[in-house]
Structures are given as C-alpha cells and as structure tokens.
Design a protein around this ligand. Sequence first.
Ligand code: NAD
Ligand code: MG
Length: 372
Amino acid sequence: MAVIPVALAGRSYDVTIESGALEDFAGYARACLGGFDKSGRAVPFVADRNTHRLYSDTVERSLSKAGFRADWFVVEPGEAAKSWPVLEKLTDWLLDLGVTRSDHVFALGGGVVGDLTGFACAITKRGCGFVQIPTTLLAQVDSSVGGKTAINTRAGKNLIGAFHQPSAVLIDPLVLGTLPDREMRAGYAEVIKYGLLGDAEFFGWLEANGTDVLAREPEALSHAIATSIKAKARIVAEDERETTGVRALLNLGHTFGHALEAETGFSDRLLHGEAVAAGMVLAARYSARRDDLSLSDAERAARAIAHAGLPSEISTLALNASGRELADHMRHDKKMEGDTLPFLLLKNIGEAYLARDVDLADIAAFLDEQLQ
Ligand code: NAD
Ligand code: MG
C-alpha cells in the first residue's frame, strides 16, 4: 500500500493506493464515514451508469458489513453530466438527503464524476466534504488530486468551477481491469507527461515498462500511479491555485492539445489524453525548433507516445485545418495574456519551462510543417 500526502495549509489529505481497496471500502474510508453511523442516514455516492453497474455491489457489500447503507445519484456517462441541469439535480438530491458540512460525499468514477461531485460539494451548504474514488487511469493519476472542480457551459469546458480539495482519495488500481483500452491509453498520456515535465528517470522507466503499465501488470501499474501522484501532489502543494506558474507545468502538451480538441469539436474523435499526447510531441518538436531541446530527445518523446498507441503525428489525424486555424483556437485560451500565450516547452526530457515569448504566427507556421 502507498499513502501519499498532499500537503496544503489546513486542507492536507492522503491519497491511498492499494489493489483491492474497494473490497474493504468501509475500512479504508472509515474516517470519512463518521457522521453517518450516528445518524443512520445513507451514505451519498455519485457514480455514472458504468461505474455504478460495475462497482456499486462491491462498495455496498463492504458498507453493509460495517453497518452502513449507500444511496446513489447515477449520471449518464460522458461530459454532458458536467452541466448546470445535472448539477442542480445533484445539489437538490444532497440537500434532500440532509447532507451537512461535516459529511462526505463519495465520487465513484472518472474525471467527469469527480469534477461534478467536487463542484456540487464546493457549493452545497457553502462547502461539504467529499472523497474521490477515481476509476479511470486519468482520474487516478490526475483529476482526483489537486482540488480543481468544474462543469462545462456553452462558452467552453470547465469555465464554471471552484477549487475544493477532497478530504481523501482512495485509489484501487484493480478497477482499471474493466476500463476500455482506449481510455487506458488516454490516461497513460498524462503519466508520460509527468516524466517529460519533471522526471527523466521516470520517463526512462516508462520507456522500459510502459507496455506492462498498459497491460495492467499490478506492480508496474501501482508504481506508475504512485509516481504520477507524487509529482502532482508536489506541484499542487507548491501552487494550489495556479498563481505562481508552478502548477502551469501540468499543462505540458495541453495548449497544442486543446487546439486539436477544439478542432475536432471535443468529440470522441480525439479523447483529451490523445490530444495531450499529440500536443506533447508538438511541444517537444517546437522546443527542438527553438534549439531548447535536442532533436533526438524530441523524437524520443514522440517514440514513447507512438509506442503506447497514442497519436504522435498530427498529419494522420485527418484534421482538414491549417496551422493558422489551429493556432486561432489557442487565442481563446483562459491563459492568454494580451497577445501572448505562455507556452510549456522542454529544455530536456524531465525539464519543462514556461516560455513567455512565443509568437502565435510562428506556432501557425510550425503547425503547417507538422500537418504535411
Ligand atoms: P470519464 O469520467 O468520462 O470516464 C471515461 C469513461 O470510462 C466513461 O464512459 C466511464 O463511464 C468509463 N469508466 C470509468 N471508470 C471505469 C472502469 N473502471 N471500468 C470501465 N469503465 C469505466 O473520463 P475521464 O477521462 O476519467 O475524465 C475526463 C474528465 O476529467 C474531463 O471532464 C476533464 O475536464 C476532467 N479533468 C479534470 C481534471 C482536474 O484537475 N479536475 C484534470 C484532468 C481532467
Ligand atoms: Mg489533462
């Protein structure tokens, strides 16, 4: 078992990683079940239809052995759940259940369930507790830790939200056994990201062991999750609200990736992790074009991404867009500062930095080359 602390003034919490933890859910979550045994109220769980179907029995079995019962709010799988109407239904449900500030609501699912539940808990009674039980690789290595919560609106993704840290994160890597391979690879893109942005040794380890991680080989998988979470915890502890530039490191590949997602309409054509994968190759190659990174290291990054079955060449994505059109999507970025967009680039494998002198016209010319 690995327990990784996320050290935040007044809001510290632990991330527990343990294969099979869900079977003994009530034991692991004991500290967050407090108020429910005294009142006899049901423990509130949010899930999507898939995670409910797959894992609600396991959780309920463990709860009932410990004398608790669960009540479920189940959403349809997919981004559409991160919306005002679903948020309203969820907060009404929590209020009807009589949730108090000292209670915890449990989010059993991927990033969609985690982001929606976290935001609902940020605003219910001005903030009640919640526990993340992430069930996708992306959620286990990224979205469940760090306290960013949000819903989508017609103006864009994640534009309405709050920083609200969970009280605990419980990761059972075994649940990834049922995750579709494509979702597994998409989450793996964020794992590679931690190596590229700050840990050359981990990147080397992934080059050697990535196939085992993707095959859910237990030891390799747990090591990849724990190393990723440690990296994220360290960055979040340094810059909880993304004000100093440290947390921005986590956006490696995301600016290019966001343009690709926007171009494909945020659809199943390109999952977020796939866009980030292609975006990291672009960031590496653009860094090489500026002589920040060696060409051989840029191609090493591209090979690791291609080897994982993730897109490394945007020329194969059938985008039907010019470099200029892709760069135009970046102009709407939340991070745009006047006419410049801070760009995460690489000096080395394992050393990302924020460049503030990047010209979007140059990015457009570079993208035209990459689209050939
Ligand atoms: P998701 O939650 O949509 O889950 C992907 C699919 O996998 C869904 O169909 C789901 O039902 C299914 N699924 C989940 N667990 C499963 C399991 N164990 N077995 C079988 N199927 C399973 O997608 P995601 O990639 O986990 O999360 C994406 C969301 O996360 C986006 O909305 C994104 O904005 C958000 N996000 C948030 C942060 C953050 O810091 N808060 C960071 C990154 C991403
Ligand atoms: Mg991401």
